[in-house]
Each structure stands twice: as C-alpha cells, then as structure tokens.
Ligand binder design. Structure first.
Ligand SMILES: NC(=O)c1ccc[n+]([C@@H]2O[C@H](COP(=O)([O-])OP(=O)(O)OC[C@H]3O[C@@H](n4cnc5c(N)ncnc54)[C@H](O)[C@@H]3O)[C@@H](O)[C@H]2O)c1
Length: 445
C-alpha cells in the first residue's frame, strides 16, 4: 500500500514522516513547488522538533518521495490523506476551497480504487460534500471511499504526537475503508499494546459526521477552558487573588485536569481561533444556540484590550516609548505566528507610536515577513538581552522556557526603566520584583 499525503504543511509533513517511520512508502505532494523543492532538499519549511532529521532520514531511506504533481501522487497512491488548509473565510465559516480543489484533482485522476481520507479540520458534513464532489467530477469511473481521520497533533510536538497519539479517530462508511485505516494505524495501536494500554481506549471507529464533530468539539472545549480561566483571572485581579494558584487547585480535580488553564494574553494559532469560529458558524447554520462559544470568542478577543490596558497603565504615554517584545510565536517551540496575539499587540503599539525591539527564539523570520524591519522603529534581535537594552518596558507574549533562564539583573541594568509586563504569567512575581523590576502580570496579585 502506498500512502499519499496531499498538502505538506504543519500537519501533512509530520503525517508523511510518521507513516514513513512506521515503514510505509509515502508520497508527499503539495501544489507549492517552492515548498516541495525545499522539502526534497531535506529542509523542513517550518520549525518542528525532529522533523528536519526525520525528513532527511526518510528521503535517504527511499520511504518518502515528494512531488508538486498532485495528479501523479493520486495515480500512484492507494490511500490519500488530504491535509490542505481550511482557513477562516470572510464570514467566519471555514473556507473549503483548498479542499474542493484537491477533491476535483483526485476525481480527475482516479485510476482504480482509492481511499480518500480527510485529515484537515472541517465543519461537520464536509466529508459528505467531498464524496459528492469526487463522484461528480469522476463521472462514476472508479470506486472510492471517503473517510475522516482528524488530526490532534500540537505544533512543537507534532511528530511525537503522531507517533504517540492520545487517540485515533476513524470515521468510515465501509468495511473496506475501516480495514485499510486499521492496517495503516496498526503499528501505532501495537505500540500502545506494548505500553500495556488497552488499544481500544485510544481508538474510535465511527461515522464520518461524528468524526468531524469530535475534532471541532475538542478544539472548542480547549478554547473554552482558556477563556474560562481568563475570566477567572479577571476576577482574581479584582479580588487580589492569584489565578495561577486557582488554576492549580482547579487542575488537581481529575475531572478538570491542569492543562489549558493558563491565564494570559489568550489563545491564537492556526487552530483554536478559526476552528472555534467555524464551529459557531456551522452550529448557527443548523439552528443551534452557540452563544456559549460566542462568549468564549469574545473573552479571547478582549485579552488584547486587557493587555494593552496594562501597558497604558504602566507606561502612561506609549508614543515615543521603546518597548521590547519577548515572544512572537503563538506558543513556544514553534515558529508559527498565525493568529498569534503578538500580531495584534505589535500593530497596536506601532499605531500608537512606540519604538519596538522584538525577540523570539524561532519566529523572527516569519514575523519579518509580516512586519519588515524599520530601523529605529521596529527592530529584530537574536538575543532577549539586546532586545531589552534601552527599553522603557518589556512585554512578554510567549511563554518560551528561554525567558525563564534570562539573567534579569543583567537585563535590568541595560533598560531605561526596569518594567516588565508578563502576558503569560511565566515569571515569578516576587523574584522579578526583588530584582528591582516593576512587574505586571495577568490575574495575579
Ligand atoms: N497546524 C496544526 O496544529 C493543526 C493541527 C490539527 C489539525 N490541523 C488542520 O489541518 C489542516 C492543515 O493545517 P496546516 O497547519 O498543515 O496548514 P498549512 O497551511 O501549514 O498547510 C497546508 C498545505 O496545503 C497545501 N495545499 C493547498 N491546496 C492544495 C492543493 N490543492 N493540493 C496540494 N496541496 C495544497 C498548501 O500549499 C500548504 O502547504 C487544517 O485543516 C488545519 O485546521 C492543523
């Protein structure tokens, strides 16, 4: 069986490598020829732990081939995982044009039975439409099945997540599709058997619509946890309580769990914001009251205002002030800045006439594509120390571990004013203040 991966982005490339790691022959295809050429040279097009080395290994082993010809990938493969983007459209609903484009190409190049697996995150009933589109454009020429296998990887640990999934969700309509997918995922399931788990605890075989809903509902729930703790953080701030301790106490309850309870500048990235909006939209189109999730979104949108309010309270006049930004990626361990809070914060500070000195361990190059350097106005630094030198304040926007090991007394000595606004509650308030900093965080005493 040859596995095809259509779309070599943050999901497609780790997926291709994961299947190659499990011994399958994989053809990865993307319409972006420059990206394909880069991948073919053994260069990962984005930062993701382990991807670069694994890519080089499987190009050499021959298990992975890449192409910018989607038709040839369709012709050569038995199973096709569709991993194209499903960005947000103008009305908040998912823009499914990449998915439709790939469906039409698949249909026109069918040369025998294929299993087409939707891995992209999509609103419920998209797989039905995928199937209808392929049927229309294939003119009934060949047999095929459509399945849904949503991806739950997290950027920064994508390859690890693929190889050690907390769950595998398979939405299928036929036994043939189910058997093929189970064969593909058997090595992962076998690994969990070795680890002493019951594989059934990690595997869900269900219908197409349910599989799509599991993904959207998961992301909506994670977003809800974050907005919930941010709301609690605002109450903590008003009541002079500490949201980190409240979150710790909450998370000790096994029914709640400790993760996704970090109060701060809110969630960003390619998944939570757009998937939440798409879920709200599909719910409303189906006549469901989605006000709970609308509130989740509103709370998140307000985080930037909350952070900017802190900046104004601390700095008074922003115009003409020099501000160091520590952290640009939407979360640590990735260079992805899609929907990162930093995009909004930098825009607002620039509009207000601040001079910005930006640092991020990985995302500087990506950020510069959106905000080119302007000497004296918007500058990029490889070191957090250099970024902070001469600044009137540091605004910390991503909880990189690197910032925990910065020598803050050295930073303090080079700043114009030792003022730190911690948008992620990363640092210890007492420790930072003891070094002579004025320190503000989100929802803490
Ligand atoms: N990024 C994540 O953490 C994550 C996690 C789980 C699920 N998802 C979902 O997976 C999907 C892909 O996300 P991503 O982050 O990998 O996106 P991405 O933008 O990084 O990658 C999408 C890739 O698809 C390619 N593409 C677009 N149209 C194509 C076509 N017709 N033929 C071939 N290639 C085509 C693009 O060139 C691009 O390389 C989305 O639906 C997303 O919501 C993302």
């Amino acid at each position: 069986m040859i596995v095809g991966i259509l779309g070599l982005g943050h999901v497609g490339l780790p997926t291709a490598l994961g299947f190659a790691e499990n011994g399958w022959s994989v053809i990865g295809a993307d319409r972006d020829s420059a990206k394909v050429a880069q991948v073919a040279r053994g260069e990962a097009p984005f930062f993701e732990a382990g991807v670069q080395e694994t890519l080089q290994r499987h190009l050499n082993s021959g298990l992975l081939q890449v192409t910018d010809s989607i038709p040839s990938a369709v012709e050569s493969c038995d199973v096709l995982f569709v991993c194209v983007g499903t960005p947000q459209g103008d009305d908040g609903a998912a823009d499914l044009s990449q998915l439709e484009g790939v469906a039409i190409t698949i249909a026109r190049n069918l040369n025998g039975y294929k299993l087409i697996v939707e891995k992209s995150t999509t609103p419920v009933r998209t797989a039905e439409r995928l199937k209808r589109t392929i049927s229309r454009y294939a003119n009934g020429n060949h047999e095929f099945d459509v399945a849904v296998n949503p991806e739950f990887l997290q950027e920064g640990t994508a390859l690890h997540n693929f190889l050690n999934p907390d769950r595998v969700v398979l939405g299928v309509e036929t036994e043939r599709a189910r058997d093929l997918l189970l064969e593909l995922y058997r090595p992962l399931v076998a690994r969990s058997e070795l680890a002493g788990d019951n594989p059934e605890d990690r595997l869900i075989v269900t219908d197409l619509n349910t599989a799509e809903l599991i993904k959207h509902a998961s992301n909506a729930f994670l977003a809800t946890k974050i907005s919930f703790i941010n709301m609690v953080g605002d109450i903590c701030e008003a009541a002079r309580a500490d949201v980190k301790e409240v979150a710790r106490g909450l998370g000790m309850d096994p029914r709640i769990g400790p993760r996704f309870l970090g109060a701060g500048a809110g969630f960003g990235g390619y998944c939570l914001p757009k998937d939440l909006r798409a879920f709200v939209r599909i719910g409303e189109l189906n006549g469901v009251d989605m006000s709970l999730l609308r509130a989740v979104e509103n709370v998140n949108d307000e985080r930037i205002n909350k952070l900017m309010h802190k900046v104004h309270e601390a700095l008074w006049v922003v115009q003409g002030k020099t501000i160091a930004i520590w952290g640009l990626s939407f979360k640590p361990d990735t260079d992805d800045i899609r929907e990162a809070p930093s995009l909004k914060v930098v825009t607002r500070l620039l509009d207000e006439g601040a001079y910005l000195r930006l640092h991020d361990p990985l995302a500087l190059a990506e950020f510069q594509k959106e905000f080119p350097e302007q000497v004296g106005r918007l500058e990029y630094y490889d070191s957090p120390y250099e970024a902070a030198a001469g600044a009137d304040a540091i605004v910390l926007l991503t909880e990189w571990r690197d910032y925990l090991t910065v020598d803050l007394s050295q930073v303090r000595d080079t700043m114009e004013v030792p003022l730190l606004i911690d948008g992620r509650n990363l640092l210890d308030p007492a420790a930072v203040r003891s070094l002579g900093f004025e320190y503000h965080s989100m929802g803490r005493r």
